[in-house]
Design a protein around this ligand. Structure first.
Ligand code: FAD
Length: 500
C-alpha cells in the first residue's frame, strides 16, 4: 500500500448498488481512502428498479444532493404510496400510503379506535383517514407542511439508470476511479481466503483491502469466489420471472406506484416524466413467458418503447452478506420481488450499516457476525411483509392465488397475524423497516379481520369517537383540496418555481 493511502476499497459492478456505494464512500470515507469501481458496459445492468420508499431522502440528503436537480436528472416523480389493485379480490383496491393514518390519541395507536368504530358500524375505509392516500387518489402533491401543519412523507419514482449515472458523476468528481473491464478472476489469499485482487480480461489486476460485490445476480465475489451460499425463499414467494417494458406516458400521472394483481403474479406501473415503467412479476409454473409478454403488453397505458425484456430470479438471500473482506450489496446479496419497493432501500441500509463500521481491511469476526445478523433480521421481516400480501388473498379458484393462500408461512409472520387477529395489536421489533401503520393498512386492505382491540379504546365515549373520525376526515379533505396536481407541482418544482 502507498504511504498516503489508508485503505483501498474496490467495488465490483456499477449498477445502482455499485454507484450508491461509491458515492457514499467517496462522501464519507476519511482522507487517504482509495476507491476504485470496476464495471463492464458489455455486461450492462439489470435496468429496472424505479420505485422507492421515503427513506431514500436520508441517502440523498447525506450526499447533499439537491432534490430538484435529482428529479430533473433522473426524470423522476413523486410517490405517496403503493396501490394494491385486485390483491384481495378482483375489482377491489387498497393503498399502502406512507405516513400516519388518523390522529394519535393518548396511549393507543389509531388502529384500535378504528377497529372499535368498525365493530360499532361507522368506521370508513382507511383512505378517509390518510392524508397521503387522499392526496394520492386525487392526484395531488405538495411538499412541506399543509395548512394544518402536517407533512406528507413521500418517496420517488425515477429512472434507475439515470440515477446510477448521476451518482457516477458525483462519485467521480469526489475522486472515485472507474475502470471499464470484465472481471475474469477473483484472486484470493491462499491461507485466509481473503480476496486480494480482481483480475480483468486482458490481465490487469486491481488490488484492494476490502471488496464490495455489486455484480448483481452474478454475485461473482461473495458467491463465485467465497461460496457464501444462498437461502432459497421460493417456498414463501414463488414468483421467479419478470417481464419489463417502458411505455409512453398516458392515463393518470399518479403520485403512487400501482401493483396490479394478475393471473399468476402482478404488474407494476411507475410513472416517470418521460415514460411509464411497467413489468409483470410472475411464477413460471402458472404462466409462460409468451403469456406474460401478452398480458404485459395488453395492460399498458401507452405504446411500448421497447421489446419486453425477460428477467429470471430466485427469491432469497445469500446466507451471509459479509464474508472475509467482502460485502455483497444489491442483487448480489439477494432479491425479493419489488411489490413494496424495498431493494434500493436495502442497498441504502447495507451501506449505512457498513459506514458505521468502515473496516480498513478484514474486520473482527464479531463485527461481521453483527452485520450479518442485522441484515438477516431486516431481510426476513421485509419478506414476512411481502408474504402477507399473498397469503391473505381471496382470489379463490385461481391456481396461483390458491397456492399462495395455502403456503406455509414463516413463524414470525404467523405470530404477527395471530396477534393482530386476537387483539388488533401489531408487534414491531426495534429495527423493522415497516411500521405498525404499514402493517395495519395491509391487514385491513387484504381483509385480515381483527376480532378485538385494546379495551382502553372503550374509554372514549362513542360520541367522541364518532366526532374524532368525522373531524379527521373533514380536516384531511380541507388540507388536500388546495394542493396542486402532481404533474403541475412536479413541473414547477423541477423548474424552480415551487421550491421552498
Ligand atoms: P445490476 O444493475 O445488475 O448491476 C451489476 C453490475 O455488475 C453491472 O454494472 C455489471 O456490468 C457489473 N458486472 C457484473 N459482472 C461483471 C463482470 N464480470 N465484470 C465487470 N462488471 C460486472 N428495486 C427497487 O428499489 N424498486 C423497484 O421498483 C425495483 N424493481 C425491480 C424489478 C425487478 C424485476 C428486479 C429484478 C429488480 C427490481 N428492483 C427494484 C431491484 C433493483 O433493480 C436493484 O436492487 C438495483 O438495480 C441494484 O442492482 P445491482 O446494482 O445490484 O445489479
Amino acid at each position: 500500500m502507498q504511504d498516503s493511502v489508508t485503505a483501498r476499497y474496490v467495488i465490483a459492478g456499477g449498477g445502482t448498488a455499485g454507484w450508491m456505494s461509491a458515492a457514499a464512500l467517496s462522501r464519507f470515507a476519511p482522507p487517504g481512502t482509495q476507491i476504485t469501481l470496476v464495471e463492464s458496459e458489455a455486461i450492462g445492468t439489470v435496468g429496472v428498479g424505479e420505485a422507492t420508499i421515503p427513506q431514500i431522502h436520508l441517502f440523498n440528503s447525506a450526499l447533499g444532493l439537491d432534490e430538484a436537480e435529482f428529479l430533473k436528472e433522473t426524470r423522476g416523480s413523486f410517490k405517496l404510496g403503493i396501490e394494491f389493485d385486485g390483491w384481495q379480490r378482483e375489482g377491489e383496491s387498497y393503498m399502502h400510503a406512507f405516513g400516519d393514518i388518523g390522529r394519535p390519541l393518548g396511549l393507543l395507536p389509531f388502529q384500535h379506535y378504528w377497529l372499535r368504530a368498525k365493530q360499532l358500524g361507522f368506521a370508513k375505509p382507511l383512505q378517509r383517514y390518510s392524508l397521503n392516500e387522499l392526496a394520492a387518489r386525487t392526484m395531488r402533491m405538495q411538499r412541506g407542511k399543509t395548512a394544518a401543519g402536517r407533512e406528507m412523507p413521500y418517496a420517488y419514482h425515477f429512472d434507475a439508470g439515470l440515477y446510477a449515472a448521476y451518482l457516477r458523476r458525483y462519485a467521480e468528481a469526489n475522486g472515485v476511479n472507474r475502470i471499464e473491464g470484465k472481471i475474469a478472476n477473483v484472486k484470493q489469499n491462499g491461507e485466509s481466503g481473503d480476496i486480494s485482487a480482481l483480475e480483468l480480461e486482458g490481465g490487469e489486476k486491481i488490488e484492494g483491502d476490502f471488496f464490495i460485490d455489486c455484480t448483481g445476480f452474478r454475485a461473482l465475489l461473495i458467491d463465485g469466489a467465497l461460496g457464501a451460499g444462498f437461502e432459497d425463499w421460493s417456498n414463501f414467494l414463488p414468483c421467479n420471472r419478470a417481464m419489463a417494458v417502458p411505455c409512453e406516458g398516458g392515463g393518470d400521472f399518479t403520485p403512487y406506484t400501482r401493483a396490479i394483481a394478475s393471473k399468476a403474479g402482478w404488474q407494476w406501473r411507475i410513472p416517470l416524466q418521460h415514460r411509464i415503467g411497467n413489468g409483470l412479476v410472475y411464477c413460471s409454473d402458472y404462466c409462460s413467458d409468451d403469456e406474460a409478454r401478452e398480458t404485459l403488453l395488453a395492460n399498458l397505458d401507452g405504446a411500448p418503447q421497447a421489446e419486453p425484456r425477460p428477467i429470471r430470479f430466485t427469491t432469497g438471500k445469500r446466507r451471509v452478506h459479509w464474508k472475509n473482506n467482502c460485502l455483497a450489496i444489491g442483487l448480489s446479496a439477494g432479491f425479493m420481488e419489488p411489490m413494496e419497493s424495498t431493494s434500493i432501500h436495502m442497498i441504502q441500509s447495507a451501506i449505512s450499516r457498513f459506514m458505521a463500521l468502515l473496516p480498513q481491511g478484514r474486520a473482527e469476526p464479531a463485527t461481521i457476525d453483527w452485520f450479518n445478523a442485522q441484515s438477516t433480521f431486516e431481510w426476513e421481516r421485509i419478506r414476512d411483509f411481502l408474504v402477507l400480501h399473498y397469503t391473505a388473498n381471496q382470489r379463490h379458484g385461481e391456481p396461483f392465488w390458491d397456492l399462495v393462500r395455502s403456503m406455509e408461512l414463516p413463524a414470525t409472520l404467523t405470530a404477527k397475524i395471530e396477534q393482530w387477529r386476537a387483539s388488533g395489536f401489531i408487534h414491531r421489533e426495534h429495527e423493522e423497516l415497516f411500521t405498525e401503520v404499514a402493517w395495519f393498512q395491509v391487514f385491513a386492505g387484504q381483509g385480515v379481520e381483527a376480532d378485538s382491540y385494546n379495551p382502553i379504546a372503550n374509554a372514549l365515549p362513542e360520541a367522541d369517537l364518532r366526532a374524532l373520525l368525522n373531524d379527521t376526515e373533514v380536516a384531511l379533505v380541507e388540507q388536500v383540496q388546495p394542493m396542486p396536481r402532481h404533474l403541475d407541482f412536479l413541473q414547477s418544482y423541477v423548474n424552480g418555481a415551487a421550491r421552498t
